[in-house]
Design a protein around this ligand. Sequence first.
Ligand SMILES: [Zn+2]
Ligand SMILES: [Zn+2]
Length: 376
Amino acid sequence: MKGLLYYGSKNVKYSEDAPEPQIQDDNQVKIKVAYCGICGTDLHEYLDGPIFFPKEGKKDKISGFKLPLVEGHELSGTVVQVGKNVKGIKVGDKAVVEASGHCSDRKYYKDTVEQNKPLCGACKKGMPNICRDLSFLGLGTASGGFGEYIVYGADHVVKVPESIPLDIAALVEPISVAWHAVERANFKKGQTALVLGGGPIGLATILALKGHEAGKIVCSEPALLRREFAEKLGAEVFNPMDHKDAIGDLKALVPETEGFDASFDCSGIPVTFSTSISALGAGGTAVNVAIWADKPIKYMPMCLSYEEKFATGSMGYIVKDFEEVIKALETGRIPLDAAKMMITGKVALKDTVSVGYKNLIEHKEKNVKILVSPSA
Ligand SMILES: [Zn+2]
Ligand SMILES: [Zn+2]
């Protein structure tokens, strides 16, 4: 099949002879990929990897697979084959894939990985998104969405109703990352939220907050083009560079609670971290969604204690997040046309790196989500 094979940093090759994944287990599903979004993680793997992908000569801890493997994890498509024990999913169904690979997925790879390894502590607790051996389809566990076909466990496959077009369905994965973060804040209908950063994750967070029927959503972002995107998606925007007392002015936007109910750091720099806590009202929750460099920053524990605030982080997603995002798109809580604005480009598979990656790396401001169409 056609596929984009990942060999290592700056070494990604388009092939018309990539290995086509086959159903190996009676509980797996095969999908013909319609669209697969390019994620910041794909760019990190390309520029500085392997990070999630196994290192050269090493095996993926869940599947036992080795490089090269097809990249891409934000996919939508049509079911073309189901294993004989699969129930509730049939050939012809439109679907998306919750792409994580964790302890309980080892059962799908009997030929390539040890079967009697016990579940890790997180998986035992029912938190597979923070599995000790966490990996993803398209990042090591299995052949990914920058290829014509994928095969994955049926318990990761979520059906998409006909009313959601497959290009918008490819956004369900990145919106689920944001949805999980909003869930981590125990966010309630009508509450107020501050989103720090208007990049792809920040914009997905605005959509997830709309899906949770947030009262007021404010997006703080210094770059004009990104503020314009955030505004189109329905957030109030704030340029921190225009304010001497940014914290005071942010809090003044929600006078009744003297600060936000929840905040989402989608930038990951020291000033957005401190703002995410300072701009909260009493008892508010700050959620880190950004991926930080491995460097310590200054932090004052009493900034939480004085007003009994919470600070937490969010990692990936679970199947329930996917189901809830699809419901929100289906019912219009996340308007389809707002979601569609996230798609700023579509490229053919062979142009993934030369056009897709290049535009996302060199013209960050103008691009949110570029979709690859492997079967076109
Ligand atoms: Zn992603
Ligand atoms: Zn685990």
